[in-house]
Ligand binder design. Structure first.
Ligand code: MN
Length: 262
């Protein structure tokens, strides 16, 4: 460079070429850039500064016999079935707060379903039941909010009931508690109260398929990965809410989780 004066460099474009050559490796690594940013969806973890990044939300249907009956199904232990909610349907609720939860559009019969949520730190396919809990990072209290009228309408027409389950804010949950601190949840009370009146009350023991079995079964259908969370089904006595209602969700061994319908 010393032997070439600045004027020559500018005239020949050598400087520009040098800068392109230097920037090429970095550009090649970065690849095409997204047109716009899309936010990562995360859930706080109790006692950790790191957050849990969500990859997929799986939900299990009719996992308590008494709830199967109220939904019009045979409560015998048929294989669990699954559906998904979009990842950005998550509404995080901090411990000790009552989060405002918007009453969604299109429905006149908006239902609560309190559920245990399991969060995976790893995954795989065809995971044996005995190894399934090794993949569970932690647990949270969740609400699988449901536009019941739309779900039923679509079900009656034998159409997918996505619109009843997969909408904005439909996946409510508290922060994740590492299983290393709480242990795994196979039993314990689970309940939901509306305006102080208990509506749902059961025990995790009543799940037809426990979390280990859910992980094993899910992994037969999908390759599970770190960041997947599983809503493990709701007990009986689901019901409607209206604006102004306050919901209080409890699972023995986890802090309460509460929202207000607005
Ligand atoms: Mn549910």
């Amino acid at each position: 460079m010393d032997s070439i004066d600045r004027r020559t460099i500018l005239a020949t474009g050598a400087l520009a070429l040098t800068s392109i050559a230097q920037s090429r490796p970095a550009a090649a690594q970065a690849g095409p850039k997204p047109m716009f940013p899309v936010a990562a969806i995360t859930i706080p973890i109790v006692g950790e500064t790191d957050v849990f990044q969500v990859r997929r939300i799986y939900c299990i249907g009719r996992n308590y016999a008494a709830h199967s009956r109220e939904m019009g199904s045979d409560p015998t232990r048929e294989p669990p079935f699954f559906f998904q909610k979009p990842t950005d349907a998550i509404q995080n609720v901090a411990i000790g707060t009552v989060a405002d939860h918007p009453y969604p559009s299109l429905t006149k019969n908006y239902h609560y379903e309190v559920e245990l949520v399991a969060a995976l730190k790893s995954g795989g396919t065809n995971i044996p039941v005995e190894q399934a809990l090794d993949h569970v990072y932690g647990y949270a209290v969740g609400l699988d909010m449901t536009r019941r009228d739309l779900q039923r309408e679509m079900g009656d027409q034998k159409k997918p009931w996505e619109i009843g389950k997969s909408f904005d804010h439909a996946a409510v949950l508290g922060p994740i508690h590492p299983a290393s601190k709480t242990g795994h949840f196979s039993k314990g009370g689970i309940s939901l109260a509306v305006n102080g009146v208990v509506k749902q009350s059961s025990n995790l023991l009543n799940m037809s398929w426990n979390v280990a079995e859910q992980v094993a079964k899910l992994s037969e259908a999908f390759e599970l990965k770190a960041g997947d969370i599983i809503y493990s089904g709701t007990p009986e006595n689901v019901g409607p809410v209206v604006k102004g209602d306050v919901l209080l969700c409890k699972i023995e061994g986890l802090p309460d989780m509460s929202i207000r319908i607005v």
